[in-house]
Design a protein around this ligand. Structure first.
Ligand code: ADP
Ligand code: F6P
Length: 336
């Protein structure tokens, strides 16, 4: 691109977008800081001003808005959590809240807004787009439960954190020849459970998507497993199924095999992001800014079939995601 073309492009961008806002919303996820950093630095490189909105839509409604410079995001790419903080916000679900949020964006000159979060956060971004604020969503959740994308920020880190923790539980479980139930996150989605189930060689994976769970069959299988000469029985239980502590008591009573429950909890959401999370989140952050510069709005960035793509938010929210049946089936075969 010649210097003249570049100057022309910058003029065109200036005509459309002058200031970009960025916020994180819903549950935090490792890699969100890499996305924020990429949004800030790409926008600055394109000659735009950047405003950070603290505490998601809650902070937007409270006007918790700060200017961000390239130095404000220094030394953040390797940090878990989100430097902008995150929140859930009931008012944003109301028409009044949405109107107020759009008015605040206008007041602060935010003509392009990047929203890093899950489907709920994208629904908020869609409402703002309808009210004249250009919005782009970036998928951020450890649950991997966003249908328009094969990748979400934080899943890779969370699944590796959980896998390492489960390996440790397995060591002690084998030593004591116990049954262990390990509860991983995922209120509505079993991807963490499925991936850990395969990666940790679990005997049983319980996910909210599989409705046919029968505890008696599980108990029978634990007894069969012992007859097959196995030294332990690992159950990965998604949070959405829950009740791990009581389930452990019932299993111990029915099988006579000592059973312990471990709930991994929020430790899965923290920690330094993996290389994959840093690189994908950085790419998506830069892409969100470039989409805004191209005059696009009401879009969400995704990664599908090896490509970075973008979808209309409404189209993205209408997509359905299911648990990959083949992987679930082989997880059972591999546990014999
Ligand atoms: P996630 O973004 O991870 O799916 P939530 O479902 O908790 O997390 O949504 C995050 C926030 O997005 C909510 O607290 C709310 O402020 C906003 N939000 C969710 N659903 C809607 C909606 N239908 N309309 C407007 N805003 C919404
Ligand atoms: O961010 C997703 C998630 O970690 C789910 O797996 C879990 O069900 C939920 O958030 C827990 O959220 P909270 O932060 O409210 O405990």
């Amino acid at each position: 691109m010649t210097a003249v073309d570049k100057a022309k492009l910058l003029d065109e961008i200036e005509d459309r977008i002058r200031t970009i806002g960025v916020l994180t919303s819903g549950g935090d996820a490792p890699g969100m800081n890499a996305a924020i950093r990429a949004v800030v630095r790409t926008a600055l490189a394109r000659g735009l001003k950047v405003r950070g909105i603290r505490r998601g839509y809650h902070g937007l409604l409270k006007e918790e808005i700060i200017d961000l410079t390239a130095r404000d995001v220094s030394d953040t790419i390797q940090r878990g959590g989100t430097i902008l903080q995150t929140a859930r916000c009931q008012s944003m679900r109301t028409e009044e809240g949405q109107q107020k949020a759009a008015a605040i964006c206008k007041k602060y000159g935010i003509d392009g807004l990047v929203v890093i979060g899950g489907d709920g956060s994208f629904a908020g971004a869609q409402k703002l787009a309808n009210l004249g604020v250009n919005t782009i969503g970036i998928p951020g959740t450890i649950d991997l439960d966003i249908a328009c994308t094969d990748y979400t920020i934080g899943f890779d880190t969370a699944v590796n954190t959980a896998m390492e923790a489960i390996d440790k539980v397995r060591d002690t479980s084998t030593s004591h020849e116990r049954c262990s139930i390990i509860e991983v996150m995922g209120r509505d989605a079993g991807y963490l459970a499925l991936w850990c189930g395969i990666a940790n060689g679990a005997e049983k994976i319980l996910m909210p998507e599989e409705k046919d769970f029968n505890e008696q069959e599980l108990i029978d299988d634990i007894l069969e497993n012992k007859k097959r000469g196995k030294k332990n029985y690992i159950i990965i239980n998604a949070e959405g199924i829950g009740d791990s502590i009581n389930m452990a008591k019932r299993i111990e009573e029915a099988t006579g095999i000592e059973t312990r429950a471990t709930i991994l909890g929020h430790m899965q959401r923290g920690g330094s992001p993996t290389c994959k999370d840093r690189v994908y989140a950085s790419t998506m952050g830069a892409m969100a800014v470039d989409l805004l510069c191209q005059g696009k709005s009401n879009r969400v960035v995704g990664y599908k079939k090896g490509q970075y793509v973008d979808f209309d938010i409404e189209e993205a929210l209408a997509m359905k995601k299911t648990i990959p049946e083949y992987q679930y089936e082989i997880s059972k075969v591999l546990a014999i």
